[in-house]
Design a protein around this ligand. Structure first.
Ligand SMILES: NC(=O)c1ccc[n+]([C@@H]2O[C@H](COP(=O)([O-])OP(=O)(O)OC[C@H]3O[C@@H](n4cnc5c(N)ncnc54)[C@H](OP(=O)(O)O)[C@@H]3O)[C@@H](O)[C@H]2O)c1
Length: 439
């Protein structure tokens, strides 16, 4: 009879409490699947007195996370406190140095200190599992690390933040502004009181940095991720995208190019027919382009207590079974430095929306500046400004939205062309530029 795996959990919030419940509810199935029982034997959180609706009878309350991590009576330390620094970092290091295995859902910590922790796990023989850190219940870490171990990966991209996808979905379906949808997301609990981490793209960037490392065998490099959020997207952009056969999503994209590895987070136009374009609301999705195989798309809940607990418990089950994969898919020593592809050299199609002054020759001026930069235009549409009925007489100075789609071109060429257009004063305001990602 194999002894039960004794688990200590630091953090009993949204995720931690659901992990305790899931281990309890799935006890028999987990025992059967792992060949041994999994028991939560000790826990800790900030406040012992807080009401948690959890049955913790017989479970030891540790003085703090470091004490719990060092407890010789636990085999597996589960970190569910969050935060890119202390006490999570020291607690995990303490557990690893004591030869224990660690499970965490902490993307901020793994994106920042993942290599240091992976090294400690390697040195001391424990596992470091973080499936829940990216895409919650979507098994994307395991898929990249183990399922596709034999496949060269060219690109991995996805919708990794449910708050942003919820906002963009509402904006598209109901024609509402970014601010209105953000307010609703906050009211419904999908967005934090300070939503900037989500809507400015930083949450996606942390997850993307982890995926890029797993996909390309490179060291996690959060600083190498180019980040742009969704706050500048307007309902007009979404309408124009729809007319042109696209949807706008906040994507995290990591891809191998001749110039290095691109890691970028930005609003992206994706063909309406693509798998990723079908993903609406708070749902997450990740697509993997592997050499010689059609794209694989995984879709599912990217947040929430139950969804995240599902991945945490799967990671604990691996520890119980004695499965120990290298945290980033290969020994830390053999992870390569990330050769960062500069964003100015990014190549792709672009959507450009300009508010053109209604003068004769304006469109010709715009086209000339694009041609000077060798940018080919796939389509150009002069849209009737909102509020003016088709056929109504327009004043000479009424601004007219002009929407262009370019063929693949280099990012710096687009910037140079638009600077020239602005210098000629034929447009008002700042041009809106959205990159297009082909599937
Ligand atoms: N929520 C999600 O949907 C989700 C999805 C994917 C990943 N994650 C990740 O999962 C982790 C936990 O998230 P969560 O949403 O469950 O957070 P949460 O609801 O805020 O819970 C955090 C828990 O950690 C405890 N804690 C915080 N600081 C502590 C400290 N210094 N010492 C001891 N305990 C401490 C808190 O104690 P008290 O209860 O006493 O305050 C609380 O129980 C984070 O890394 C997060 O990024 C969350």
């Amino acid at each position: 009879m194999v002894a039960p795996l004794k688990v200590g959990i630091a953090g009993l919030g949204t995720v931690g409490a659901d992990v305790v419940r899931l281990i309890e509810r799935q006890g028999r199935v987990l025992s059967a699947r792992c060949g041994r029982a999994i028991r939560v034997t000790a826990v800790t959180a900030r406040s012992k007195a807080k009401k948690r609706d959890l049955d913790l009878a017989g479970v030891t309350w540790a003085k703090g996370p470091i004490e719990l991590a060092a407890d010789p009576d636990i085999d597996c330390f589960v970190e569910l406190m969050g935060g890119a620094g202390e006490p999570a970092l020291s607690a995990i290091e303490t557990a690893l140095k004591a030869g224990k295995s660690v499970v965490t859902a902490n993307k901020a910590l793994i994106a920042k200190h993942g290599l240091r922790l992976a090294k400690a796990a390697e040195q001391h023989g424990g596992a470091l599992n973080f499936e829940a850190a990216v895409g919650a219940a979507i098994p994307i870490v395991k898929t990249l690390r183990e399922g596709l171990a034999g496949t060269a990966i060219d690109r991995v991209y996805g919708i990794l933040n449910g708050t942003c996808n919820y906002i963009l979905t509402r904006m598209e379906q109901e024609g509402l502004s970014f601010a209105e949808c953000l307010e609703d997301a906050q009211r419904l609990g999908y967005a934090e009181a300070d939503p900037s981490f989500d809507v400015d793209g930083h949450d996606t960037a942390q997850k993307l940095a982890i995926l890029a490392s797993l996909a390309f065998g490179t060291r996690v490099a959060q600083a190498a991720v180019y980040v742009e959020g969704i706050s500048s997207i307007t309902p007009e952009d979404l309408r124009a995208a729809a007319d042109l056969g696209y949807r706008v999503k906040l994507l995290g994209v990591a891809m191998r190019t001749a110039k290095g590895i691109e890691q970028r987070v930005h609003p992206t136009m994706v063909p309406k027919s693509s798998s990723i374009a079908q993903v609406m609301g708070v749902t997450n999705a990740v697509t993997i382009d592997g050499d010689g195989i059609p794209p694989i798309t995984l879709v599912g809940p990217g947040a929430g207590g139950a969804a995240t607990a599902s991945a945490v418990v799967a990671d604990i089950a691996d520890v119980a079974r004695g499965i120990r994969a290298a945290p980033f898919g290969r020994p830390v020593e053999s992870l390569e430095a990330t050769a960062k592809a500069p964003m100015e050299r990014h190549e792709g199609g672009y959507y450009i929306r300009l508010i053109a002054r209604n003068h004769a020759g304006t469109v010709a001026t715009i086209a000339t500046h694009l041609a000077e930069q060798k940018i080919s235009i796939e389509s150009i549409v002069q849209r009737q400004p909102d509020g003016i009925a088709i056929g109504a007489a327009k004043g000479r100075n009424t601004p007219v939205p002009v929407i262009l789609i370019t063929y693949a071109t280099q990012e710096d060429a687009v910037h140079r062309a638009l600077q020239a257009v602005q210098r000629d004063k034929v447009i008002s305001g700042r041009p809106q530029v959205i990159r297009i990602e082909k599937n």
